[in-house]
Every structure is written in structure tokens, then in C-alpha cells.
Ligand binder design. Structure first.
Ligand code: FES
Length: 302
């Protein structure tokens, strides 16, 4: 029979053997916790810290646990196994039976430990799979063409974040409001800044692109890096009065009376303009979707 048995094989140093066993148990248990943490972090959108920490602990725990288990098994030991006779005498059979039915206490312990380590390893691998389900599921097909469509189409009313439609005749000049397609409040790709200026200020191309009585509507998503263009200001310093839509992230400035073309800052493209119309009840509505994708050009690369 083999001279080596699990756990007992490192007999040179039983304490080291015990430490290796405990390290394997702790590492596998930590791996299970790590996988669960990663899964919870992904499901709660906390993907900046805890997802990474959880997956790291899960992977590291499994690796460390396997190494510790190998040390516990003491794979470095040289083992010589004698070939056993192929037949047994009656006496030998009885002796073997006696041996198997009266296993020493340390053998029972060894079997229990092996079962525990096997279950912990299985649990940690399962936990790792659970932790990776979310991130791997996010590696779906690259979206193509979706950004050419938003929640806007002909006849869809503009409503505020409270759901209020905008009457054509209401509102003073130079006031900015964020609006969404009716029934889709909060939809990211469809957020629009709506502004009313004195109609004679608008350039011809701005009017042709779909302005109504001085109302103009532009995508709120900055064409530089996708922040919200949420600031409106009027520069009254002579010689001109300048109206400005400003993105607070990197101070890109757009001209709302001239198709929201970029004036200063890192943005190089105009904000897409939403063509407007008035519906039968006198409320502002979209005449169509944007004429081009919203957001920065980098969103189209890849
Ligand atoms: S994201 Fe708007 S200026 Fe950079």
C-alpha cells in the first residue's frame, strides 16, 4: 500500500499540515463571500469598487485555497508504492476487513476534512460563476443603430419632468426648461433643453430646422463627452448680447440662436436640434426625431 495518506503525509511537521488545512478552508470561504459580494455589487450598480473587490477576493481565494490544499496533500513527498499480491488468503481477507471496520480516528478526520475542502471548493467555484454572471452578461452584442432613435417622433408632446405639457403661448423669453417625450420622463437619450427666445434672433437655419414662435429645442447631451448641458446664460457685455448654453463639465459653450453650434470649449459638434410643431390642443410636440445621433462622436466608434 501507499506510504502516503492525505493530511498525514506531511508527518514531518503536523503543525504545518494543520496550518495548510486551515488556510485552505479560510481561503475557500473568503472566495465564496467574494463571489456573493461581486454579485450584489453588480445588481446594485456599485460596479466601481465592490464588484472588483469581490471578484478579486473570489479568484484569489480559490487560487490560494488550491495552493494550500496542495501543501496539505504534500505533493512534494516521494512515495513508493509496493505492488500487492493479486490474491488473498482467508486470513488476510479477515485482517483487511478488520482494518477497514476499525479505522483509526485520524483516518476519519482525514475523510471529514477532505469532504469539507471539496464542498468549500465547489461552493467557491459556484460563487465565482455567480459573481461573473453579471459582467459576462453585459458583454452582449455592440449596439448598432440604436442611437439613431430616441423617444421622439412626430406628434410626441414635450413635457416637463413633472409631466406638464408646454403650451405654445406660455412662457417668457430666455427661460430654459428640461423636457422629455410624454410617457418617457427620465429617458436618458431623449432629454432636451427647451428655450424660447425672441424669434427675430434666430438664424435662418435654426428656424428651418424646426423652431416655433421662438421656441427651440436641443439635445441636452453634450457632444464633447456626454455630460448634461444644463446651464443657460446671457452675456450682456457690449457690443453684443450673447445667449449661451453651457456644459459645466469642460465649459463647452453652444449658441442657442444659431443651431446650438459650439462657440468655445472642447465640443466640436452642434447639439442636435429637435424639430418642433404645435399639436391640435396648442401644445408643443416633436415634428420628428433628431436628425442625427445624440451625444459625442466617440459613442459611435469601436
Ligand atoms: S462633456 Fe461637455 S464640455 Fe465636456
Amino acid at each position: 500500500m501507499s506510504e502516503r495518506s492525505e493530511g498525514a503525509a506531511t508527518g514531518d511537521d503536523p503543525q504545518e499540515n494543520q496550518r495548510a488545512y486551515r488556510a485552505a478552508v479560510v481561503a475557500f470561504a473568503a472566495a465564496i463571500v467574494g463571489g456573493v459580494v461581486a454579485a450584489i455589487a453588480y445588481s446594485t450598480d456599485d460596479t466601481d469598487v465592490w464588484l472588483g473587490v469581490g471578484l478579486a477576493v473570489a479568484l484569489g481565494g480559490i487560487g490560494f485555497g488550491l495552493v494550500s490544499w496542495a501543501k496539505y496533500l504534500d505533493f512534494d513527498e516521494h512515495v513508493v508504492q509496493q505492488r500487492e499480491p493479486l490474491t488473498m488468503t482467508e486470513t488476510e481477507r479477515d485482517a483487511l476487513h478488520e482494518e477497514l471496520t476499525t479505522l483509526p480516528a485520524n483516518s476519519t478526520t482525514t475523510f471529514r476534512r477532505r469532504r469539507l475542502l471539496t464542498r468549500l471548493l465547489g461552493g467557491s467555484l459556484f460563487s465565482l460563476v455567480v459573481g461573473f454572471v453579471g459582467p459576462l452578461g453585459s458583454l452582449g452584442p455592440k449596439p448598432r443603430g440604436e442611437r439613431n432613435r430616441t423617444g421622439w417622433s412626430n406628434g410626441v408632446r414635450l413635457v416637463t419632468s413633472e409631466g406638464q405639457p408646454i403650451e405654445r403661448a406660455t412662457g417668457g423669453f430666455d427661460q430654459l426648461v428640461t423636457v422629455f417625450p410624454e410617457g418617457q420622463i427620465g429617458r436618458d437619450d431623449s432629454q432636451v433643453v427647451l428655450l424660447r427666445v425672441s424669434p427675430e434672433l434666430l438664424t435662418e437655419r435654426t428656424v428651418e430646422a424646426g423652431s416655433i414662435d421662438g421656441w427651440v429645442a436641443y439635445s441636452k447631451i453634450c457632444t464633447h463627452a456626454g455630460c448634461s448641458v444644463g446651464l443657460f446664460g446671457i452675456d450682456t457685455r457690449p457690443p453684443d448680447v450673447l445667449r449661451q448654453l453651457v456644459c459645466p463639465c469642460h465649459q463647452s459653450v453652444f449658441d442657442p440662436v444659431d443651431g446650438a453650434r459650439p462657440v468655445t470649449g472642447p465640443a466640436t459638434r452642434s447639439l442636435p436640434q429637435l424639430p418642433l410643431r404645435v399639436d391640435a390642443d396648442g401644445y408643443l410636440a416633436a415634428a420628428d426625431d433628431f436628425d442625427r445621433p445624440v451625444g459625442p462622436p466617440t459613442w459611435d466608434e469601436g
